[in-house]
Structure formats: C-alpha cells, structure tokens
Design a protein around this ligand. Structure first.
Ligand code: HEM
Length: 366
C-alpha cells in the first residue's frame, strides 16, 4: 500500500453540508454523472464554466484544439517529442541528482511548445518563464528550498505570479508570438509534465512493474491506461446542475454543486480488482484519468503518445529514487501532482540515444 497514491475509498452519494455540494465517488455514479446532460462543467465555487454552459463557445474551443492536434500529429509530433526528450535527458543525466519535474518533464514541455509554436529568440525566455510561473506558484518564490522536506529541488523561482503569467500569455497569443491555443499551451505545460512525473514516480516505487514493461514493450498501451488510473492527476471534477437530475439514485436539485471524485472512482473495487495494486498488464477500461463522457479530454491522444514516447527514454537512463525524500504534493480542489521528484542515475545507465535501443534490449522481468 502506498498512501501517496491512495485516495479515500468510494462511498454512497452524500450531501456535504459544510461545503454545500453533492459528492459522488463510486465508479458507476461518476460514470453516470459525466454523461448527464443536466450537469454542466463548473468551478469549485459553483460557477458554470463558459464552455460547459454555452454549446457554441464550447464547440469553438473543442474544434480549435482538435484541429491543432490533427495538425501537430501530421507534422511529426512524435518525432519532436522524442528529440526534445532525448536532449533534455542527456542534459539531466549529466547531473548527479536531478528532479523529474524541474529537470526533465518541465524543460521538455517548454522545448516542445517552442517547437510547436516557433517563437522569436527574444520571446522564448518569456515562454519558459510563463510555464515556470504557472507551475511554481508564489509560495515557492522565496528561493530558499523547502524547509519542511529539505528538498533542494524546490529552490525554483517564478518571475511572475500565476495571474501575471497568464496575462503575459494572453499578450503573446494576441501578438502571435505564441501560435498554439491557450488550452493547448496550458495542457502541454502543466498537466502533461505533472502526469508524466507522477506516473514515473509510481513506476519508480514499483520497480518490478517498470522492469516488466521494459521487458514487454507490447504492454505499453495497457500501461498508459493503468497509469492514468493509478497515477492520474485529476482527483475531482466539478459540476453544477442546470436543471434537476437523478444520478446514482439521488435527486440533485437545479443549481446544486456536484463534486465527482474521479480518483476514488478509479480505485473502486466494484470496477477494478485489487485497485491498490499497480499492474501494467491490466486493462483498466473506462478509467477516468482523462475524464469521460460529454467533456472527455480532447488531448487524450497526445497524452497517450507522450507517455509512450517518453517513458522508455526516461527509464533507459536507469533512474532510481533518491531515498528518504518526502514528496511535496501540489493541487487542492482539482489536481494532485508532485512538486518535485528527486532521482539519480545508476552507473550502468543504458544508452539513451534512442527509445528503440531500450525496447530492443529488454531487461528481464522480475
Ligand atoms: C496528462 C495530461 C492531461 C490530463 C490529465 C487531462 C485531463 C482532462 C480531463 C479530466 C478532462 C475532463 C474535464 C471535465 O470533464 O470537466 C479534460 C478535458 C479537456 N482536455 Fe485534457 N488533459 C490532459 C491533457 C490535455 C492536452 C494535451 C490537451 C490539448 C492539447 C487537452 C485538452 C482538453 C480540452 C480542450 C478539454 C475540454 C473538453 C470539453 O470540455 O469537452 N488536455 N482533460
């Protein structure tokens, strides 16, 4: 059992009087809620999100991101991800100790954004600073490291507050210095690096599973789904009842807030046997790591592709978790991801020049 990866178990639907919200956490209830048209996307405060309430503007965002994904897929996205991953890993392995977020997935996402959205040299630093400012929020700006965990990797500094960073991003999008949509920018620079770091942490804590994956690369499609289930970074999705609805056997009145505990649902034993066991061979169909139903993640293809391309490159360098570190978890109302994960590389590191090199030289399963 690994408490860092174990959400509270699912329960019957209930009304949380303190927070004034209906809470649904069983797999079947969350699944029904994600498909219920009367429930609109909302903020944790209960404000309907524009795209949830307004079909027209929702379909504009949806089509824009879909078109971008189609374009980047045809433009050799996979190759770009691979090259950026190999470059970042080469630099990171030169350090005695490195942080998965700060030294690998974060710089990788910046390299990728710059290759997707060619940006003048003078603006490239701003792109990197926007990403850092959104990721390492104000509380980490002191630059003194984290006194609680003594983790030097937390010595990151942010140039702007998250609000200022978003304003700068809006300016750059308007002036076409950044040509990908804001939705794409945010997802590639925040959710994707966070998911990669969390899923690699799960694999590092279960070395039998990553060795099994190295030895059996054909398990990769199952492994992606399993890691989205076991190490997904979205713990709660918020909804608001636009009109009365019956979900999970309870009547949700018009205007009520609804919290969907997707992480708990992903560990529902009624749906997934031995849910607390990470098993890269299982087929966890229907997991909610990328949502489901009416607002399922539009970037799902890219997420799966990024995991598939980068995971072998990362593990080819033989990383081991730095012992004794306390993980600082970030996120409150929606997300849950590690701020930093310290690793070092074993001396007998494999050749990181290509992902193929790894998959053609499997290590034995344990
Ligand atoms: C690991 C990374 C990612 C995770 C964990 C993630 C997760 C999710 C989840 C859970 C939802 C459902 C939201 C809801 O039901 O309220 C969602 C929706 C969405 N995602 Fe992602 N996502 C990721 C990456 C991406 C990427 C790379 C893109 C774009 C390139 C993207 C674009 C979107 C969009 C546009 C929606 C809204 C869909 C709608 O409202 O119909 N996501 N994502």
């Amino acid at each position: 059992m690994d408490p860092d990866f174990h959400p509270p178990p699912p329960t019957e639907p209930y009304f949380d009087t303190e927070r004034d919200v209906w809470v649904l956490s069983r797999f079947a209830d969350v699944s029904a809620a994600l498909r219920e048209r009367a429930l609109y996307q909302a903020t944790p405060e209960g404000e309907e999100i524009q795209t949830g309430a307004d079909e027209a503007s929702h379909s504009v965002v949806f089509s824009q991101v879909r078109a971008e994904i189609a374009e980047v897929s045809s433009g050799g996205w996979r190759k770009k991800m691979q090259v950026a991953g190999e470059t970042v890993l080469r630099e990171a392995t030169g350090k005695g100790q490195m942080d998965i977020m700060g030294d690998v997935t974060h710089p990788w996402s910046i390299a990728l954004l710059l290759s997707l959205s060619p940006t003048p040299q003078s603006s490239a630093k701003d792109v990197a600073d926007i990403v850092a400012s959104l990721l390492y929020e104000k509380e980490w700006q002191s630059g003194g490291g984290d006194s609680q965990t003594g983790n030097p990797a937390l010595k990151r500094s942010a140039r702007w507050s998250p609000v200022e960073a978003e304003e700068r991003l809006d300016q750059m999008t308007e002036s076409k210095e950044v040509t990908v949509s804001k939705a794409m920018f945010m997802a590639v620079s925040r959710t994707l690096p966070s998911f990669l770091a969390k899923s690699w942490l799960a694999l590092l804590r279960n070395p039998d599973q990553w060795r099994r994956l190295q030895a059996n690369p054909q398990l990769m499609p199952n492994a992606v789904e399993e890691l989205l289930r076991y190490a997904g970074i979205v713990h709660t999705l918020q909804r608001k009842a636009h009109r009365e609805a019956v979900v999970g056997g309870v009547r949700i009145p018009q205007g009520a807030k609804v919290a969907l505990k997707v992480m708990s649902a992903n560990f529902d034993p009624a749906r997934f046997s031995e849910p607390y066991r990470l098993d890269v061979g299982r087929k966890p169909s229907g997991q909610f790591g990328l949502g489901a139903g009416l607002h399922a993640c539009v970037g799902a293809l890219l997420v799966r592709e990024a995991f598939t391309v980068l995971t072998p490159i990362f593990f080819a360098s033989n990383p081991v978790l730095e012992s004794g570190q306390l993980i600082t978890w970030m996120g409150k109302k929606t997300l849950h991801w590690p701020l930093a994960v310290l690793v070092r590389f074993q001396d007998d590191a494999a050749d990181t020049d290509s992902a193929e090199a790894l998959t053609s030289q499997p290590t034995p399963a344990v």
